[in-house]
Write a protein that binds this ligand. Sequence first.
Ligand code: SF4
Length: 381
Amino acid sequence: MAKDLVTDRTAICTDWDCGMKYYWYRLFDGTGIVPLEEPSYYKDGRDFASTLEEARTEGFDLDEWMVRQEEEVRRLLPLGKIRAAESAVRLLGMICAYKLYTEPRILQQYEIIALEQELILDGDQFVSNYEREFGKPQIPLGFGERGLYNLLVASTPDLIKMDRDTGALVYQDDKSTANASNQWTAHWNYAVQLHIGLAAMEEEYRDKTLGYAHIMGMRKGQVSYGALAHPYVYANRTPKGEWRRKGYKGCEKMLTIEYPGGVRAWVEHLGSEVAQEMFPWSVPVFLNKRLVYNMIVERTIRMAEIERWGRLEPDDRQILAPGVFPKSLNQCYPSMGSVCPYLQACHNATVGDDPLGSELYGVRTPHHNVEILMNQEVENG
Ligand code: SF4
């Protein structure tokens, strides 16, 4: 019987970035390790995602949530935590704009089928169907993997929707973004996560028509001249006491919680056009079966290599680790973008010898159900 190998979009992309990063993130100490102090962009992204998930559930009370969130902002300000306060105001404005303008548009066009439903793409099944549809194997599996391993790829779309006109299923993920250029909207055509998600959704909902996938962007703004430039974070009060989005010399820059009526009134003042700017959409992405097929073949070979390495004696594992988990040293400290979270684990010998003992890293908690189940099976022998 084929052995199941479990992976997901984040694991795939991490391994593509750097083999060593994959080792730290997914394998070290059993389930991997993560930095204990989360970079602010990770935390902001998680806050966005979890609050949006809460805001989509039945019974969510926007006004009540906004009061709580505003209290949090007012608690942070006297502590001088201005960056955290700006992030909290941005979240206030974005969730408010989503509920007032974006969600009603989504619901007008689509019926929501599922929120955060985990989907599993069965690699063997996909490969067999593909080869049946397109004839003989397009790419023969090497190293005898075929039949020995089956790749299971987990993905969790933020929303599964059904188009009310066509009845087709649509896969939606949300992503915070600094910009919404044409390149940003178009680059999703090649994002493997969307194609994996579409293939898994087709497998899960066989009685439904497969539509497309798309990304809802969430504009996060950027720090400029020491302040977070974002239309829902700051407003400008003129010397005459009028409030404007764009200021001029003599205007006072104020957090939007100070606007008469608070953030909600400010979001309404800016209206639906600004909300549309804040939630840009990617191009619709249609399932590219060839891309998924190639990815499954490539990942099966790679995951089988890692699985075989995991069965070696400890000394052999150590000797072979540099080859199995090559370090992409050009990713450690890039001139632009984020520094690798495992920089200390790789480049500080003391931390590298005992990352958990260094108190810079903690054990990662798996979040995909399929990974949790597989780990339990391993633990139970
Ligand atoms: S620090 Fe460099 S080598 Fe180490 S995991 Fe990060 S990118 Fe890879």
